[in-house]
Design a protein. Structure first.
Length: 334
């Protein structure tokens, strides 16, 4: 109806303008043009000033690739898999199913950081991004296990409504290791191979789960490779992904304990985030110094990295906190 009103205005304006002075006529014509742009569902002006889902302006893949390769340290496996997964989804005109990725690893290894890089580049304009990137914190949004039935209904309605509004929506679930059992299975209908459900297509949506569960298994494998003097780059990713899926399915603290999402093979990628070694922590400290505007200080970088490399007790090869507390350590030390 609004568009009809705008069209009627365009028809009437030329008949009215001859009776007006040139300035008034220009103002009316300009106002009519602006009104038309604001009422049009995917106009450039509306997308600039308000919020809209413009499917031609989605994930900036080249920016994601550059950020992941330059800013994420020690996670060659994760970066490779994420880029391959994103490329396959965004360059498909009609994906058969949503992209579903589950990030696993110790705290501070980059799971949240990688998801934030994807979110920051999902839409080039800042305004729409707030509306089409949805972050669920288990501790905040699903904190009461007695309310699981209500959470299931709310979660289904939320996903259905947001994908209806914007097919290229991103959903991030953090603290999956604290997710009430069975809750995440409520979104199973949206993650399968469907052309559409009730008129809604979910193939362009992206789901990311952040999970500390599986971190010990990943570290165990990485440490075994190191002790056998093999490079971490040679860890077979397919084998590691298979072990991860089995581990979190059996782990009651994973959020995917006996989950139908795993049984039905609806999670496309189980992505391992390896424990960070001394050299990776140094890279994190160096980057944080740059971010905080300080010059590189190799002695300070080595001091902080050495203090954080604490696992196992004998070898002290990895940082049990990854790069989690580096920002505060740099602040206190400069």
């Amino acid at each position: 109806m609004k568009l009809l009103h705008a069209a009627a205005l365009f028809i009437l304006v030329p008949t009215l303008t001859p009776a007006l002075d040139p300035l008034s006529a220009s103002l009316i014509m300009g106002g009519a043009a602006i009104g038309w742009q604001l009422l049009s569902p995917h106009s450039w002006l509306k997308c600039s000033l308000l919020e809209c889902c413009n499917m031609k302006d989605t994930l900036n893949f080249s920016a994601v690739k550059m950020d992941l390769e330059r800013k994420v340290f020690g996670q060659h496996l994760a970066v490779q898999i994420v880029l391959r997964a994103l490329s396959a989804n965004i360059y498909s005109q009609r994906p058969k199913k949503p992209l579903v990725m589950s990030f696993h690893g110790w705290t501070g290894t980059g799971k949240s950081f990688v998801s934030s890089i994807i979110a920051e580049n999902l839409y080039r304009r800042k305004a729409p991004r707030r509306r089409f990137v949805h972050h669920f914190s288990t501790v905040l949004h699903f904190s009461h296990s007695s309310h699981v039935r209500l959470y299931k209904e709310q979660l289904q309605n939320w996903i259905r409504g947001n994908v209806s509004a914007c097919p290229r929506s991103l959903f991030i679930f953090s603290e999956m290791d604290q997710m009430p059992h069975g809750l995440i299975d409520s979104i199973m209908p949206f993650l399968g191979y469907h052309e559409e459900i009730d008129g809604v297509c979910y193939g362009k949506a992206i789901f990311i789960f952040l999970n500390n569960a599986g971190g010990d298994k990943i570290t165990e494998i990485a440490l075994d490779y190191w002790r056998r003097m093999k490079r971490r780059e040679d860890i077979p990713v397919k084998e590691l992904q298979h072990l991860l899926s089995e581990e979190i399915f059996r782990n009651p603290n994973s959020g995917f304990f006996q989950s139908k999402l795993i049984q039905k093979n609806l999670i496309d990628y189980f992505i391992p985030f390896l424990p960070l070694e001394y050299t990776h922590v140094k890279d994190c400290v160096r980057e944080e110094l740059r971010v905080q505007g300080h010059p590189e200080d190799e002695e300070l970088i080595a001091e902080i990295a050495s203090a954080m490399t604490d696992y196992p007790n004998d070898e002290r090869l990895y940082s049990s906190k990854g790069c989690k507390t580096i920002a505060s350590r740099v602040t206190l030390s400069t």
